[in-house]
Design a protein around this ligand. Structure first.
Ligand SMILES: [Zn+2]
Length: 314
């Protein structure tokens, strides 16, 4: 008996060692991609070990509202993003920050400073059913008559009683999220939403939440067309089934991004991919090259970092 327990112990130790070794191999691959592409911050954040929420999620304040492309704008916080896409028939808002106050003081004020009229918002896309993305949606939709779009599954997530949120990193309380918007438009996997001259492809990429939506849309830099991808939920889930979904979602999303030739990425949390620094570069040198245009290969490297860090976490 004593021997078999010892054998089991050795086997368990060997399995754990093998898991650590493969985790290390995935982290090494992610690091290689980060060095090649320059996304070291993404590597450090996503391949961190342990389940603590990143302190950057609780960083106060907002960058100046920034025009990122001819037709695309940032009106979010340092901790979480909100973006405006301008079309020939009105505006599409992607994500809405934590609360109605954020919507008024950051999104609406930011839009006005950039010459965008919030009454022109026709659609509000909610990337996933966490309050830092939907918290301002109800007020915006009711104030400006915009339609709110989310996946069916995450409409359900939003309507459930809110889970107690792990929060208070660095001693800060979690934000008091606004109420969810009233259930409205349901986006399905691969659906294309068209407003005027502009079409957004919406892809189901579950994992971070069961119905996370990621987006692919055209942006223009001085008239030149590029394709932008926004991964809808970045923090790696702890639950094994959600991790499996999250990994599969990368491959599913890639079938769309490759077909559409994505060469720009942005995150709905701007600290994930050094967007805050890249926006600052853009503001400092508005006539220079656009640091958000990274090309197809660096885009693939960026996604490779996210995926390898998720594999390491498994
Ligand atoms: Zn989230």
């Amino acid at each position: 008996m004593r021997i078999s327990i010892a054998v089991v112990g050795v086997l368990l130790a060997a399995t754990a060692a093998a898991q650590n070794a493969s985790g290390d191999a995935y982290r090494a691959e992610a690091r290689k991609l980060a060095e090649r592409s320059g996304f070291m911050g993404t590597y450090t954040l996503q391949c961190r070990q342990g389940n603590e929420l990143p302190p950057a999620l609780f960083q106060p304040g907002a960058p100046p509202p920034t025009q990122l492309f001819d037709n695309f704008y940032y009106v979010g916080l340092n901790s979480v993003g909100a973006y405006v896409l301008r079309t020939s028939a009105g505006l599409i808002l992607i994500d809405t920050l934590n609360t109605a106050d954020d919507a008024k003081q950051v999104i609406v004020a930011g839009m006005q400073s950039l010459g965008l009229d919030p009454r022109e918002i026709k659609y509000i896309l909610v990337s996933h059913g966490h309050g830092d993305h939907y918290g301002g949606a109800k007020w915006l939709a009711e104030t400006y008559g915009a339609r709110v779009v989310a996946s069916g599954i995450d409409w359900d997530v939003m309507s459930q009683p809110r889970p107690a949120r792990a929060g208070g990193a660095n001693g800060r309380p979690p934000p008091n999220w606004g109420p969810p918007p009233s259930r409205d438009v349901v986006a399905t996997d691969g659906e294309v939403l068209t407003l005027g001259d502009t079409s957004i492809t919406m892809v189901l990429t579950p994992g971070h939440t069961p119905g996370t939506l990621s987006f692919i849309l055209p942006v223009f830099h001085r008239g030149q067309r590029h394709m932008l991808a926004m991964w809808g939920g970045t923090n790696i889930p702890a639950n094994p089934e959600a991790q499996r979904q999250y990994l599969a979602a990368f491959d599913h999303f890639a079938t769309f991004t490759r077909k559409l030739g994505v060469d720009v990425e942005l995150s709905n949390h701007p600290f994930v991919d050094d967007s805050l620094a890249r926006m600052e570069q853009l503001r400092a040198n508005p006539k220079g090259p656009n640091p958000l245009v990274i090309g197809v290969q660096r885009y693939e490297d960026y996604v490779g970092i996210l995926k390898n860090c998720a594999l390491a976490a498994q």
